[in-house]
Write a protein that binds this ligand. Structure first.
Ligand SMILES: *Cc1c(COP(=O)(O)O)cnc(C)c1O
Length: 350
């Protein structure tokens, strides 16, 4: 399956970017202390502190489900609840892991337009009940950018965190594509996280060009107490940690983390612009990161499949395309051209 033409069904189809790969190769000389007590892990943690301009506590997990679940579990007790959007990855795509790792913390789901939480939605859920029979709200989690590619502005995050502070809630950010949000906003990572009131960030490495790995950043060090034990118990403490941390050194110190995301975002904009105004084709969501969701008549989707394109339609019945660091622009243009031809052909047949 190696020589297959590139597909955009998922940004996880991409390989490892050169900066991450080279750092891993460099880390692969000689031996190093195990379980994170090594120079690469120190250097990666320091690179995060430099990038965010603060003395945050940094941990490395193998994937996003674990990072989110353990971070959320660390912010409350089992009888607490976590407020999220109905389309949040923690609700729809983590197989109950947040509840499992927190020993039963319930997710309280808000139905919001476009998958973004609002202060009103948070307040509504957080104040709906205050009796002993209801799981006590303690955490709010937002996805930046959302699962459908919308980006919270700094003002929106600030408004949410203000509501959280008022109601005694912690604010967690699922940043599986955090770099893409930074690229869109053009702001510093600090501005959209701790300076805007985010307590904990899960920063995705996998969708940013690494083989595996997510970083969990605690901006308030006391919240990180015993988090290392939590990771170990959950099977998330890498013994050869340097291979999980070195690629971060490669991404962060070179600036590839941002360049990779910018490229994905640019490709999404390219497709969005090329299909705008085509008959029967509609962008289901504003394109603000590296995702394009197309609503199209079934014959058009069929024609795209017949031309060999792969995509998922599990959200809203549309076709999802995701662009990673390695998206080949010629292939991106080929997709846009095929959408155009399929749309026009369907028009002739109709
Ligand atoms: C990909 C993704 C994750 C992490 O998923 P894993 O497969 O567990 O690494 C988390 N949140 C969002 C929004 C994602 O898109």
């Amino acid at each position: 399956m190696i020589d297959q033409a590139q597909q955009f069904a998922s940004d996880n189809y991409a390989g490892i970017c050169p900066e991450a790969w080279n750092a891993m190769a460099e880390a692969n000389s000689g031996s190093a202390t195990a379980y994170g007590d090594d120079d690469w892990t120190q250097r990666a943690s320091d690179a995060f502190r430099t990038l965010f301009g603060t003395e945050c506590e940094v941990f490395f997990a193998f994937n996003g489900t674990a990072a989110n679940s353990l971070a959320l579990a660390s912010l409350g007790q089992s009888y607490h609840s976590v407020i999220c959007s109905s389309s949040a990855h923690v609700e729809t795509d983590e197989c109950g892991a947040p509840e499992f790792f927190s020993n039963g913390s319930k997710l309280l789901v808000a139905q919001t337009a476009g998958g973004k939480l609002t202060p009103e939605a948070v307040r509504g859920l957080a104040t709906s009940r205050s009796d002993i029979h209801f799981p006590k709200p303690r955490v709010v989690t937002i996805t930046q950018p959302t699962e459908t590619g919308q980006v919270y502005s700094v003002a929106e995050v600030r408004a949410l965190s203000a509501t959280c502070r008022e109601l005694g809630l912690r604010l967690h950010m699922d940043g599986a594509r955090f770099a893409h949000a930074c690229a869109t906003l053009g702001c510093s990572p600090a501005e959209i996280t701790w300076q805007a009131g985010v307590d904990v960030l899960c920063f995705g490495g996998t969708k940013n060009g690494m083989a595996v790995g997510e970083a969990v950043l605690f901006f308030e060090p006391t919240l990180a107490e015993d988090f290392d034990y939590r990771c170990k118990q959950a099977g998330q403490l890498a013994s050869k940690m340097r291979f999980l941390s070195a690629p971060w050194v490669g991404l962060l110190e070179s600036g590839a983390w941002l360049r990779n995301a910018e490229h994905g975002n640019d490709c999404a904009q390219r497709v969005a612009a090329a299909v705008a105004g085509l008959p029967g084709i509609e962008l289901m969501f504003p394109v603000e990161a590296n995702a394009v969701f197309l609503r199209a008549p079934e014959p058009v989707l069929e024609a795209l499949r017949a031309r060999g394109w792969r995509f998922y339609t599990f959200i809203g019945g549309g076709a999802r395309f995701m662009f990673a660091w390695d998206a080949d622009v010629a292939r991106v243009d080929a997709l846009a051209r095929d959408v155009r031809e399929a749309a026009l052909a369907a028009l002739v047949e109709a």
